[in-house]
Design a protein around this ligand. Structure first.
Ligand code: ADP
Ligand code: MG
Length: 318
């Protein structure tokens, strides 16, 4: 199969009316709705680094889209269009069929159009550039956290990092726990509906990709504030608690990455509305800390003792 057979036989599909020019020209043209700002982000996945070299094509497709959609969720944006740049060692029809099957299934689930990209030969690598819409002037930035804000997190945190240790053979989990953790690692669910609900409610937000402690640190730095984080309140799959010592569980939760849950701050006054936003979007929400004066992140256990992490998160060059 040639590059152009791949592009025209696998990638060209029906798209929404807001795509004025899709795949096939030198560039794509889209028309945003009146009253919206455009929001852009890009995330790259490399074989052997972000996924195992022998990972299933369906899982890779899921993840490369999910991590990008998650960045839109973290802004409160609605994802609309993507460009996919990919390097393949070879164009294997069977592999690409599976990859594109999941990719287009997920794109249609989120009502996103694939409008362009690039295809080259090389080590298996994917980059998606995603474009979303935000009601004009609204966004969930990292810089808005205020003194006294509650710190909230969606879903359960730490399972993806536990799964990674499972894959690396460091821990063996009971089958049911392993399946749940694997699912979370391979197929994260971006919190788009929640993000949208949080517009005008949350002061600051970001998604957890590199570790809760490190990612909360980004909000603190951008906002010029400190925080208390209550480690024992961070939710996790209950059955996972019995599978490892508490220090290990905390490391998965606080320094592990790949959760793609939303971490956000909001004033106490809107607690009831936040919980309603969780219900409206079908997302479990937990209050796990408080924004305080200063610039530091203090991590406390339920007894009030301070926890010092070995590392706060993942850094490619760290
Ligand atoms: P150019 O030479 O201008 O870079 P290409 O020949 O690489 O154009 O691509 C032809 C068309 O196919 C363009 O519209 C481009 O956006 C699209 N395209 C190429 N690769 C991909 C891909 N992996 N996903 C989506 N669209 C792609
Ligand atoms: Mg090109």
């Amino acid at each position: 199969m040639t590059e152009f057979e791949f592009i025209y036989n696998f990638l060209v599909r029906q798209h929404d009316d807001d795509v004025l020019l899709g795949i096939g020209d030198d560039a794509a043209i889209v028309r945003p709705r009146a009253g919206y700002d455009l929001c852009f982000s890009s995330d790259m996945l490399i074989s052997g680094k972000h996924f195992f070299a022998d990972a299933a094509p369906e899982d890779i497709a899921h993840k490369v889209l999910a991590v990008n959609v998650s960045d839109m969720a973290a802004m409160g944006a609605t994802p609309r269009w993507v460009l996919l740049s990919a390097a393949f060692p070879e164009l294997d029809m069977l592999w690409l069929n599976k990859f594109c099957g999941t990719l287009f299934e997920k794109l249609s689930q989120y009502d996103i159009s694939l409008i362009g990209g690039d295809t080259t030969k090389g080590n298996l690598t994917f980059n998606i550039t995603i474009i979303g819409e935000l009601p004009q002037g609204q966004a969930l930035k990292r810089s808005g956290a205020k003194l006294g804000d509650d710190v909230w997190v969606s879903g359960q945190v730490g399972m993806a990092a536990a799964a990674l240790d499972g894959y690396l053979g460091k821990v063996v989990f009971p089958e049911a726990v392993w399946q749940e953790c694997r699912q979370k690692y391979l197929r994260p669910v971006p919190r788009v509906a929640l993000g949208r609900e949080l517009l005008l409610l949350a002061h600051a937000a970001q998604d957890i990709s590199d570790g809760l402690a490190q990612d909360l640190g980004h909000i603190l730095k951008a906002s010029g504030v400190g925080a208390e984080l209550w480690a024992d309140r961070v939710p996790i799959l209950p059955a996972l608690r019995g599978c490892a010592p508490v220090e290990q569980i905390r490391a998965w939760q606080l320094s592990g990455g790949d959760d793609y849950e939303l971490l956000f701050t909001a004033p106490e006054a809107v607690r009831a509305q936040i919980l309603a936003a969780g219900e409206a979007s079908g997302t479990q929400l937990s209050r796990i800390g408080k924004i305080i004066k200063g610039t530091k992140l203090r991590i406390l256990d339920d007894a009030g003792g301070e926890i010092h992490l070995h590392k706060t998160g993942f850094d490619h060059f760290g």
